[in-house]
Design a protein around this ligand. Structure first.
Ligand SMILES: Nc1ncnc2c1ncn2[C@@H]1O[C@H](COP(=O)(O)OP(=O)(O)OP(=O)(O)O)[C@@H](O)[C@H]1O
Length: 264
């Protein structure tokens, strides 16, 4: 479990980015949402020690982030940044994924095993010799996830994992996220995309101006007046609500609910 206890973060220049935020993250898909500048990235960077609290503390599986290095913490909490292609620098996919495990000082066999396993987890088997830059948007995102997975972290932070991807690529990334969740990872999705929240999240934390203003189920979240927080409800939900159908997570669910209504 990751525990964030009464976290304050004040940047130099005195910008208060987080005000007394507390939350816990377990093995679940937690969506961290909020408008631009609300503090999402600042909060996420605390979870693997990239930032240290001005006040308060973060306990990651019993370890206080103040007392651990980023290298130690990133074995527990992997961070996949937005626009991951900026992070690639190796000539092929195999080497890209092997970079992290190599730095851990693992044996050649172990490195190879981890690379094969990580690529299999994100459905990129057979891509070992490809240049990272030759991959499609969705494949690049999955490669970035593989690079982080190769460190075998228990928790994953995914920053806008589907932004800028076409539907098919976004679906392949979502599929990987669902699979990782089934395998027992705790996942924090940082996103502006309310459709993604509707489809994937199990819980939602909403930040507004550095304050946690909501922490609860997806159902409760979408009952908030999101416009108050500069967010918009997904279209699917707006339509289903106007027809008096409750929360639906996908077009399939929507159609099934409609058919059920027609039948009864
Ligand atoms: N290095 C920094 N120095 C000073 N202020 C910063 C720094 N990084 C972020 N901030 C400020 O802290 C606040 C929170 O920023 P943060 O990046 O955490 O928000 P965010 O919710 O992730 O935004 P976005 O959705 O635009 O990525 C903003 O007002 C931002 O300008």
């Amino acid at each position: 479990m990751i525990e964030v206890r009464n976290l304050w973060h004040i940047y130099e220049g005195r910008k208060i980015a987080l005000r007394d935020v507390s939350l816990t993250i377990e093995n679940e898909i937690l969506a961290l949402v909020g408008p631009n500048g609300s503090g999402k990235t600042t909060l996420a960077k605390h979870l693997n020690g990239l930032l240290k609290p001005t006040k308060g503390e973060i306990i990651v599986d019993g370890i206080n982030t103040k007392e651990a290095s980023v290298a130690e913490l990133s074995r527990i909490v992997g961070y996949v940044f937005q626009n991951p292609e900026h992070m690639f620098f190796e000539e092929n996919v195999f080497k890209e994924v092997a970079f992290g495990p190599k730095n851990l000082g693992l044996s050649k066999e172990e490195i190879e095993e981890r690379v094969r396993w990580a690529l299999k987890s994100v459905n990129l088997e057979g891509y070992e010799d490809r240049s990272p830059y030759s991959l499609s948007g969705g494949e690049k995102q999955r490669l970035a996830i593989a690079c982080v997975l190769a460190m075998k972290p228990k928790y994953l932070i995914l920053d806008e994992p589907t932004t800028g991807l076409d539907e098919k690529s976004a679906e392949s990334v979502k599929e990987v996220i669902r699979k990782l969740r089934r395998e027992g990872h705790g996942i924090m999705l940082i996103t502006h995309d309310m459709e993604l929240v509707l489809e994937l999240a199990e819980r939602v934390v909403l930040l507004y101006d550095g304050t946690k203003v909501f922490d609860g189920s997806v159902d409760e979240f979408f009952r908030l007046n999101l416009r108050n927080y500069d967010l918009e409800k997904p279209e699917l939900l707006r339509i289903s609500e106007s027809l008096g159908i409750g929360l639906v997570r996908s077009v399939d669910e929507f159609v099934n609910s409609l058919l059920e209504r027609v039948r009864t």
